[in-house]
Ligand binder design. Structure first.
Ligand code: NAD
Ligand code: MG
Length: 388
């Protein structure tokens, strides 16, 4: 029987790579929902390509454009936040969560509640509501498979291992666009410069977050929440070639690494075919051609987001939601050229200290409403700080 799958954030970078993989073997899949935002022509083309039951644009004002683009097909058309949530409640076996930002949390939770396996690219879900999302998967007898290259790497390195023997997890970072810039020049960095990644082809927001290492900060928190590893065992190393995605260190000194070309179809394909492995259309590495792999210390003066991530991991509670929301607002402001690149970390740090009352919330009592409240107040506080 064909597997029922849905793709949330189908028009984005992860969504497009997911469609690329499933379009190679359409007979194996029965596509339930594909969703997008403003790019309704791409959404419509993909809905037709994969013969989806329903196409949803999150942007209500684009409903008639999507309807026009899909006229003459029997694909259902819907728009708006409620329609997105409704699509997430439709039974599916495997759901790709690839919306960017905290907006991706609720659709993922709804999908888990139907018992679907959640392929989780939306790292913000774990950062904002780690205990809630992990608990929801468990309560509905299903699982979450990580679709961040680093976390897929850690997951793969841990298969068949005794987890109590894990001594440390090392998450690699490319260093992003400004890795080699003099620190004093960062205040002059433009959004276009920050949105150019040396190795990965990704959405605009995550690419800028790579330059600031807010992306790595989110990933450190994601590691703690997903694998239940204590913060003192999670390390970062700058690895400019982006060939090793993560390493797991065991108590006998062995380090298990996942090595592969920087192509998200590795992690997406692994989650799609898990627990089996199937051939993937990714580059096979020629190690001799590659020649060498290098590593550097992650400088916290250049990348203060790494220090903030440690503070957030130690604080626990709802501080992840506060951190992510403040970061999203600061990133919006940088993209709109209202604040400088280095100012983003300053804004986030100030919001964290102003909203420290969200520390220490009992993880078992974290609900979607509480996450939404912390997220909302952090956005307001970030805006107030930036307006000063
Ligand atoms: P993207 O910007 O390319 O695509 C985002 C998708 O989400 C689009 O389909 C967009 O229409 C949709 N979207 C945006 N805002 C929305 C909203 N408010 N409501 C509903 N839909 C909305 O982003 P991306 O690079 O594909 O990243 C998606 C997620 O995957 C992010 O959480 C990112 O951190 C994570 N991730 C991405 C990569 C990568 O290589 N791109 C790697 C690891 C993790
Ligand atoms: Mg990553």
């Amino acid at each position: 029987m064909a597997r029922r799958i849905s793709i949330f954030g189908a028009t984005g970078s992860i969504g497009q790579s997911t469609i690329d993989l499933i379009a190679r073997d359409l007979n194996a899949y029965d596509v339930v929902a594909v969703t997008g935002g403003q790019n309704v022509s791409r959404l419509a083309a993909d809905a037709i390509k994969v013969n989806a039951q329903v196409a949803v644009t999150a942007d209500e004002s684009r409903f008639s454009d999507l309807k026009d683009a899909l006229s003459g097909t029997d694909i259902e058309v819907a728009a708006g936040r409620e329609a997105l949530i409704e699509a997430a409640c439709r039974p599916a076996d495997w759901v790709m969560s690839a919306i960017v930002g905290a907006a991706g949390l609720e659709p993922g939770l709804k999908a888990l509640e139907t018992g679907a396996v959640l392929a989780l690219a939306n790292k913000e879900s774990l950062v904002c509501a780690g205990p809630l999302i992990m608990r929801t998967a468990q309560a509905h007898g299903t699982e979450i498979l990580p679709v961040d290259s680093e976390h897929s790497a850690v997951f793969q390195a841990m298969i068949g291992e005794d987890l109590s023997a894990v001594e440390r997890v090392i998450i690699t970072a490319s260093g992003g666009a400004f890795r080699d810039w003099p620190i004093e020049d960062l205040a002059k960095a433009t959004p276009a410069q920050a949105a150019t990644h040396p190795n990965w082809d990704m959405g605009q927001r995550i690419t800028i977050d790579s330059a600031s290492m807010f992306n790595k900060a989110l990933e450190l928190i994601e590691t703690k929440e997903y694998f239940g590893i204590s913060p003192d065992k999670i390390e970062t190393v700058v690895h400019p070639e982006s060939m090793i995605h993560a390493l797991v260190g065991f108590n006998d000194g062995a380090l298990m690494a996942h090595v592969g070309a920087p192509d998200m179809r590795h992690a997406i394909g692994f989650a799609l075919h898990y627990p089996t492995r199937k051939p993937l259309p990714v580059e096979r590495l020629d190690l001799v051609k590659l020649g060498q792999m290098t590593f550097r210390n992650p400088c916290e003066t250049r990348w203060p987001a790494l220090r903030l991530a440690r503070e957030v991991m130690m604080a626990g509670g709802l501080m992840g939601a506060v951190f992510n929301a403040a970061k999203e607002r600061a990133l919006d402001a940088f993209i709109q050229e209202r604040i400088t690149f280095p100012r983003m970390a300053g804004v986030v740090e100030d919001v964290l200290s102003d909203l420290s009352t969200y520390e220490g919330h009992n993880p078992a009592e974290i609900t979607l409403d509480k996450v939404a409240e912390a997220d909302h107040l952090a956005r307001i506080r970030a805006d107030e700080i930036m307006a000063r």
